[in-house]
Design a binder for this molecule. Structure first.
Ligand code: B1M
Length: 214
């Protein structure tokens, strides 16, 4: 088994200490930091996403695998600055909308997007339109990903999209939304660019926009 195969398996199994050890060993053996993404981390999280869709994995396994993937990305992230080949797929401002404190799903989405090569700026929970507008400007972001778990807070996504438009940033970013009470039709109705049913769905959506940005 190659080190990349071992790493994939360790991520899928959620063995964070093993992931850390294998990543450090790989680096010592001369593997470039950016190589870990397409050869181990992304395929592993793709497999986690597939298992989640097929109901072979449930939330605890997904969280544990995402945390294990993060053990690798935490080591690799500081080493990748200045490395040309790791130019991020895009910068995503992510947050749970104003009034809403649920962040478990949002954190999974953030970790999976990060594992897929996106740069993540996580604003946390209870995030206002103003905060998102400021972050888009500050980080020159090309994606905004919003999460809402309450029927009373999902409506706040619409005002955040309006705030982006008022600030003249609406055409600069793709707005992706998700969360248990949302639907594709609803996302459409508030003017979002896409709806991610789950974390793998959010990654798929973001990747689609990267390959066809228009
Ligand atoms: Co709350 N809560 N909660 N809660 N809570 C729900 C959402 C609820 C459905 C429970 C119920 O009544 N059956 C209900 C909402 C009802 C409604 O609006 N129709 C509810 C309520 C009412 C409340 C309070 C109002 C309770 C109260 O105080 N009376 C209160 C509100 C607080 C607030 O936010 N202001 C509240 C509080 C809490 C806790 C703090 C205790 C805790 C949150 C802890 C935390 O997140 N750190 C909590 C929890 C844990 C839940 C449940 C049980 C689980 C939510 C969760 O984490 N799911 C939830 C019931 C349930 O869903 N079964 C419930 C797991 C997570 C992985 O899934 O978040 O759906 P999810 O994320 C998925 C997808 O939705 C998607 O991908 C994720 C991974 O696949 N996704 C995205 C999510 N965000 C995305 C963004 C994207 C794309 C995809 O961007 C592109």
């Amino acid at each position: 088994m190659s080190i990349f195969e071992e790493l994939q398996q360790a991520i899928i199994d959620g063995r964070a200490p093993v992931v850390r050890e294998l990543t450090e060993r790989g680096l010592k053996e001369g593997i470039k930091p950016h190589e870990f993404f397409p050869k181990a981390i992304i395929p592993a999280m793709d497999e986690v996403g597939r298992r989640m869709r097929d109901c072979e994995f449930f939330i605890p396994e997904v969280l544990i695998a995402a945390r294990a993937a993060r053990a690798a990305t935490d080591i690799l992230r500081p080493l990748m600055q200045g490395e040309e080949a790791i130019k991020p797929a895009g910068t995503v401002i992510i947050g749970t909308v104003k009034g809403d404190l649920h962040d478990i799903g949002k954190n999974i989405v953030a970790m999976m997007l990060e594992s897929a090569g996106f740069r993540i700026v996580d604003l946390g929970v209870d995030v206002s339109g103003e905060k998102i507008v400021d972050a888009v400007k500050q980080h020159n972001a090309n994606f905004v990903a919003m999460s809402a778990l309450l029927t009373t807070t999902m409506v706040n996504m619409k005002s955040i999209i309006e705030a982006l438009a008022t600030a003249g940033l609406r055409d600069k970013v793709k707005v992706l939304v998700g969360g248990a009470p949302l639907t594709d039709a609803w996302a459409h109705s508030i003017g979002a660019d896409g709806y991610g049913k789950d974390a793998p769905g959010a990654v798929e959506l973001a990747r689609k926009f990267v390959s066809a940005p228009a």
